[in-house]
Every structure is written in C-alpha cells, then in structure tokens.
Design a protein around this ligand. Structure first.
Ligand code: MG
Length: 367
C-alpha cells in the first residue's frame, strides 16, 4: 500500500463561550483547526486533525502547522501508511521537533491501518479495555461566580470531574479553591490547573494553605524545574502537562518522581504513535493519565478516546472533549459526551471523519 495524495483543509472552530486560561493571561474565542486526508492506492483514505489551543498556549500555531505539513507531506508520498514507526522516523528526520505538525498526518495513517485491518484503533493501540471513559470539564479562569456558573453548565452535561483553571495570584487562588471546594458535590473531583501561571513561591504558598483539600494541582509553573521545586516542597498530587513534550521528558519526570499523573495531549507530543509509547511507559511505571488533545472537533477528540479506551481503567483519570465546547460540529461519527462519559467507536479505523461540505476546498494538495 502506498500514499498517493495528501489533502489539507483549514476550518475555524468558534468556542461556545470565550475562554480565559492561565490566570486570565490568555484568552481564546476561536480555534484554527487543520484536517489531513491521506489517500492510498487501494482506495482507503485516512483522516487526521490537529488544532492548537490558539497560538499562545503552546509553541504551536495553525500557520506553523500548515507550513510544517508542506515540508512533510511530499516526503510521505509513496510510503506505506500502515508502517507507523517508519512514518514516525521519516517525519522526525525530515523535520526534527515540531511535534504538533506531525499529529494529523500520524492519526490519518493510523486511520488507514485500522480501516485496512477492519479494526477500530483502540484494538490496534493495545485492545479495548473495560469501562467507559470518564470525561472532565474545562472551567475557565474567572471570578468565583463565573467559575460556579461554568461548573453548573458542565454538571448539566454530566461532568463530575472538573479542571478549574487558576493562576490569578496567591490570595485570589486560595479563595477560589475554597469557593469551589465548598460547592463541590461528594461524587465530584477537581483538578486545579494553573497552566504555568505561578512562580514556585506562589505555588508553594497556595498549595500549603490548601493542604486539607483533596485535589490534583496541574502544571503549576512554566518550567519543568519550577514544577520540580514545587513537587519537593508540597504534598498534593501533581499532574504535569505542558512541560512534557518528548518521551525523554517523561522518563526524566518519572526518574525525579516529579508527578503522580500526566496530561497526555496527542498533538503536543506528535500524534498517536508517540502518545501510545508514552502511555505504555506510564502504565508500566505507575503514572495516571488524562488522555486528550489540545483542541479540535470530534475527529481529533476521537483519536484520543481510542488511546484512552485502550488504557487500563486503573491508569486512566479523565479525557477532555474539546468539541463539546465548540459552536459547530464538522465531524461525522466519533466519540461524543454521553452524560459525562464516552467510548471509542466500533467502526474500523478512527471511526470519525469531517463533513466535506463544511470543510470546503482544500488549502493544499500534495500528489
Ligand atoms: Mg492542563
């Protein structure tokens, strides 16, 4: 089997509600998503999607993603898309780094493999595991009143795990945590996700003042080293997210006992091939995972759900579905929010594809 053509599509995804992150430093009201169709000489077409959470969240942006695909796509023509590790090495040699550029192409190749094998991706990623996938909400930074309103909206959709975005300042964040905890239902669990906004001294003050709270704290500081200082001087479980990009970052974090869980986002690490390897390391060494993507429609979300579905229930924490926050739905099929849980589709391959009428004409074609 050979790749004969790659089509690239761009689509703007408006958010239902404007979103403040990282103590309000970053604001988002729409996302720029990119879809890749990998066509083959046997008539199978695989789909992938990658969508940075705006340009300010990670070193990733839509224009860079499409420029990177222009470098990589011509080199994938003629390759067998089912050879995922070969494709991975080819892309890493052709364009070192830039993991977010590779994600949509990698996912599309996995979709081809799944369709060719007649199996859903979760079976190829290790096998479907027991249990539904628990979802978590994403609660933007705001006043305590705004945050409660967001949590109420998430509850109405079935969410019982909430990722509340903090990072305003020491006193305000302590007050925010107290306010959320007071209103927390017994069956609910909360992550306080700082998205790098604290310096170590602020993290230590907030986390020490709220030591009685049963919660996770996520990515307190910008750098890995900052997070490690916080790890060593506080007691609550820590999730590392943005600072883990390469497999080696994860190995170092576990060697340093830097966290109890990680946020594994497909496009941040370069797609399913690399994410699966990191997932396997976490399962083998005892780290819990949130498995999701950085953004996108149900196409990108479904790739992450397949990886979550093939992860033992003991090691899964939750999955965030970006498409549940988007005002349009360009996906046909795929994993959806079913009252706070989801499941990987049974259809062969990804089991999700974009609606071509909504995508319009491709922004690039490589053949
Ligand atoms: Mg996070």
């Amino acid at each position: 089997m050979k790749i004969t053509r790659i089509r690239v599509y761009a689509l703007t995804l408006p958010l239902q509600v404007g979103y403040h992150l990282s103590g309000g430093r970053l604001f988002f009201d729409k996302l720029e998503s990119t879809f890749a169709a990998v066509e083959t000489d046997v008539g199978i077409t695989g789909w992938g999607e990658a969508c940075p959470w705006g340009a300010t969240y990670l070193p990733a942006f839509a224009g860079g993603l499409r420029a990177g695909i222009a470098e990589l796509a011509p080199q994938l023509l003629g390759q067998d898309p089912r050879r995922l590790d070969v494709i991975e090495r080819l892309m890493d040699r052709a364009l070192p780094g830039h993991p977010y550029v590779k994600s949509a192409l990698d996912i599309a190749c996995w979709d081809v493999l799944g369709q060719a094998a007649g199996l859903p991706l979760c079976e190829l990623l290790g096998g479907r595991c027991e249990g539904e996938i628990t979802l978590h909400s994403s609660i933007p930074t705001g006043t305590p009143g705004e945050m409660h309103a967001s949590i109420e909206r998430a509850r109405a959709k079935g969410y019982r795990i909430h990722s509340c975005k903090l990072g305003i300042g020491v006193e305000a964040d302590i007050a925010q945590i107290r306010s959320v905890e007071e209103a927390r239902l017994p069956e609910e669990s909360v992550t306080y996700d700082v998205n790098r906004a604290w310096l170590p001294d602020q993290a230590i003050q907030v986390m020490t003042a709220t030591e009685d709270v049963t919660a996770y704290f996520e990515q307190p500081c910008e750098t890995y080293e900052g997070c490690l200082i916080v790890r060593r001087l506080t007691r609550q479980p820590i999730i590392l997210d943005e600072c883990l990009q390469r497999f080696a970052d994860l190995v170092r974090a576990q060697g340093d006992l830097a966290c109890e869980a990680i946020g594994l986002k497909l496009s941040r690490v370069g797609g399913l091939t690399k994410a699966r390897r990191m997932r396997d390391f976490c399962v083998q060494t005892g780290l819990r995972l949130n498995i999701e993507d950085t953004g996108g429609s149900a196409v990108a979300d479904t790739a992450a759900v397949h990886l979550a579905q093939s992860t033992p229930e003991t090691h899964r924490r939750a999955t965030w579905l970006c498409h549940d926050m988007i005002d349009i739905d360009p996906a046909i099929g795929g994993a959806r929010n079913l009252g706070g849980v989801t499941a990987a589709p049974d259809a062969p391959g990804l089991g999700a594809a974009p609606d071509l009428e909504m995508l319009g004409e491709p922004v690039a074609v490589y053949d």
